[in-house]
Structure formats: C-alpha cells, structure tokens
Design a protein around this ligand. Structure first.
Ligand code: SF4
Length: 428
C-alpha cells in the first residue's frame, strides 16, 4: 500500500507543481485522434466473449453489449474489429492534468497531495447532468486525445511532482485495461492510484482492478432504480453490487452522492441510502454530498444548483443514520462541511477550504487524533487504517425442518379417523 505522502506535503495544499506538470506534458507526443494505426497494441481489450453464433459480446460492464462488426458498444470506447473487441481509448488521454486529490472526493487518502488525473472519451453511463459530457459522451474519433503509454503516465506524474495518479473525468471502467497496466507500474514506482467511478462494472473485472488500485470514489447517484434508469442509463443494483465488491476486496472507498434538486434529494431516500451504506460498508466509509450545477441535459433555467444548506442538512442525516464521516462537496467556500472531525472527541483534525487541506490536529505518524488518540480510518502517508467492518447481518430465518413426505394413499383407502387438533388457546 502507498506510503508516499510526506507530512510536509500534507501542509502545502493544492496548486502544486504546475510548472513541473507543464514540463511533463511536453513529453507526451501527440497522436491522431482515436486509435492511431499501430499505436494500439492488438488485443488490449479484455473482458469479452465470442458467442456460439459468432456474436462478439463485451462483458466489462452490465450493459453486456453484443457488438456487430465495425460498430462500437454503448460506451463508444470499445468496438468490434477483425473479429475481436478492441479498446478505442487505450492510452488515448483526452484529459491529463495535475490537481489536488480532494477534487476527486477522497478526503481520507493522502490529503494535500496532487494527482495526475487522466480521462478518455466514452462512458458506460449517460448521466443527464454530466459535467464532462463533451468528453464522456464523445466519440473517440472526434475527441482530441494524446497518446500516453502507462510508462509515460508514470514519468509525467513524477515530473509533475504528483504523489499519485487518478483515473477519472469519464468513467475509468471504459479504459480498464490501461488503468490496470498503469496502476501496476505506479505501485512499483511508489505512486498511489485511485479510480473515480460510477461503479457500473461487472464483478470479475472490478476484482482485478481492486488488486492494483489503492482507493476508489464511487458515485452513488441516487437510491432508486427509477432514478438510475431515467437519469443515468444505469442500474442501482449493479452499483450496489460493485460497492459491496470493493468493500469485500478490502480496498479504501469513499462514496459521492451528487444531489440534484427535485430528483434525488428526498430525505427519506437519502436516509435509506445512508442506512444501506452503514449496513454494507460499516460506519467509516466517508460520504460526500456534492452540489449539482445545471449543465448538459439538466440545464438552466429548468434546473438550478443545489443549495449548500440542503447538503448540510443531508450531512446531518448521514450522522444521524450512524455514519461517522460525512461531507459537503462542490462548495469550495464551505469550511465546516469539508472538515474531518474526530469521531470520538469531535475536534476538527483536518480542515479544508477550496481544495486545500490543512492539518490541525491529526498525528500523521500515529494516524490518530492529537486530542484523544482515536485512530482515524484512511490511507495515510504512514500506512492504512482500515474502516470498522459493517455490523453482522441478521441470520436468515431458518426454514422449519422438512418432514419426510407422507406415503401416498392407496386408491380407495379410507380417510384417517384422526381429527386435526385445534390450535391451543392463547394464554392470558
Ligand atoms: S464496457 Fe462498453 S462495450 Fe462493454 S458492455 Fe459496457 S457499454 Fe458495452
């Protein structure tokens, strides 16, 4: 597990290493759009099958696209070519930039460090409010990209002074082969990695990612199937299964819930969501309530931004439900809602303003609150503090022991003279 962040780095905050980053980018040779001839190693797409009738089926995400020759899947990032499914985005970075890890809704992972954020064209979902839709809903052939090999990504991150690499912008699921290849190299090079994902991915590829990724932020976009179907094109049950898998694989995870006024902001739904998180992941999984801003298909004036007070109220609901770390997101001026409080003595231990993190009472050596010595869960510079496991699930009710079936009556046999006993009268 990553142990790279220096204590000094923790205090320095965001806006780091911009000059170094620019220099690193200059190393990246531009490619033509989409997959350049010869630039894309053949067979780089995994997670697909050839069915008995010759159909090529991608099994990376629950859409399970059957892709006809020459066409792309629903995400636009994978296509059927020469009787196999290929990735159109392997190493084709549409976005490469250095930014604070806090931008990805990870508050308990190397706070105050920078990551090299990488994203491509394409996405497994089609959220109507997507903030990066020009890339995520774009076709790889039309979205400008530059070739960045896994080795080059590591080199660029190091030269930019980043402590890690973040796969985000679009859903990294569509470039999972690249994510895994790069994350393996990053670990060898002493960089941490994170994936900011919708969690719309099948369990087997997700488990492979869990083996090499240090942390996830999963967008749990709502808590009803109807919201998922109508607003994102995904399925809540599949995302819940992914969250359970990440938890079972023992990888650090934080959850973001983007709150869209009038769509997914009912307190009753949010309370149910918090209770589900508590029961599935335990009390220590940080939950970020993030503000929505009108954009893409949910544009103004029909839609308006989420008020900070709504997010603050939902944060209180999360605490009431039993979660121990809840935050307000996408409101850079928010101070209390972005602060990490010790769950035991309630002292502020890490403050944030904008995307700057400031250590006020966190002993990063012992990974404990300086005031009361409570251990704080997270992926810290000196090691990992695992979250408290979820409470045990209630035992499923045991079925009444099955009695052997009575022998079949012979035809013509007389009914038994024994009468059924009446139910005993209830005792008063
Ligand atoms: S990853 Fe893309 S091609 Fe594969 S099943 Fe999902 S949407 Fe379809």
């Amino acid at each position: 597990m990553a142990t790279r962040t220096t204590r000094r780095g923790f205090f320095r905050g965001a806006g780091r290493s911009a000059a170094g980053f620019a220099a690193a980018l200059a190393l990246a040779p531009p490619s033509s759009h989409g997959v350049a001839e010869g630039a894309q190693p053949a067979g780089k797409a995994r997670y697909w099958n050839k069915l008995e009738d010759g159909t090529l089926q991608c099994v990376l995400c629950p859409h399970a696209c059957n892709i006809p020759a020459g066409r792309s899947g629903q995400c636009r990032a994978r296509a059927a070519r020469d009787d196999k499914i290929v990735s159109l985005v392997y190493g084709q970075a549409a976005v490469v930039k250095a930014e604070p890890i806090e931008r990805h809704g990870l508050f308990h992972v190397h706070p105050g460090t920078s990551v090299l954020t990488m994203g491509t064209a394409g996405c497994v979902l089609a959220c109507k409010y997507c903030s990066t839709y020009t890339v995520s809903q774009g076709d790889p052939e039309n979205v400008e990209a530059q070739a960045v090999s896994p080795e080059h990504a590591i080199e660029s991150a190091q030269q930019a002074g980043c402590a890690g690499i973040a796969f985000g912008v679009n859903d990294p699921v569509v470039q999972l082969e690249y994510v895994i290849d790069t994350a393996k190299l990053a670990r060898e090079a002493g960089l941490y990695t994170m994936a900011h994902t919708s969690g719309f991915i099948n369990p087997e590829p997700l488990k492979e990612a869990c083996a090499v990724i240090d942390a996830f932020n999963v967008d749990l976009k709502g808590f009803t199937e109807s919201f998922y179907r109508s607003v994102t094109g995904g399925k809540l049950a599949a995302v819940q299964a992914a969250i359970e898998t990440i938890r079972e694989q023992d990888v650090w995870m934080e959850i973001t819930n983007l709150v869209v006024p009038g769509q997914n902001d009912k307190t009753t739904y949010v309370t149910k969501m918090c209770e589900w998180i508590l029961g599935t992941c335990g009390p220590d999984i940080p939950l970020h309530f993030a503000a929505f801003f009108p954009r893409y298909r949910f544009a103004a004036p029909a839609y308006s931004a989420t008020k900070a007070d709504v997010l603050r109220d939902l944060r209180k609901e999360a605490y009431k439900a039993g979660l121990r770390f809840a935050y307000v997101g996408n409101v850079p001026t928010e101070r209390a809602g972005q602060t990490t409080y010790c769950p035991k003595c309630l002292q502020p231990i890490i403050e944030r303003l904008g995307y700057e993190a400031r250590n006020v009472a966190f002993n990063s050596k012992s990974r404990r609150c300086m005031a009361c010595n409570c251990e704080i869960p997270g992926v810290w510079s000196t090691g990992v503090v695992k979250p408290t496991p979820p409470p045990p699930r209630p035992e499923p009710e045991k079925k009444a022991e099955e009695k052997p079936a009575a022998p079949a009556k012979k035809p013509g046999a007389k009914p038994s003279a024994k009468k059924e006993q009446p139910a005993p009268a209830a005792k008063k």
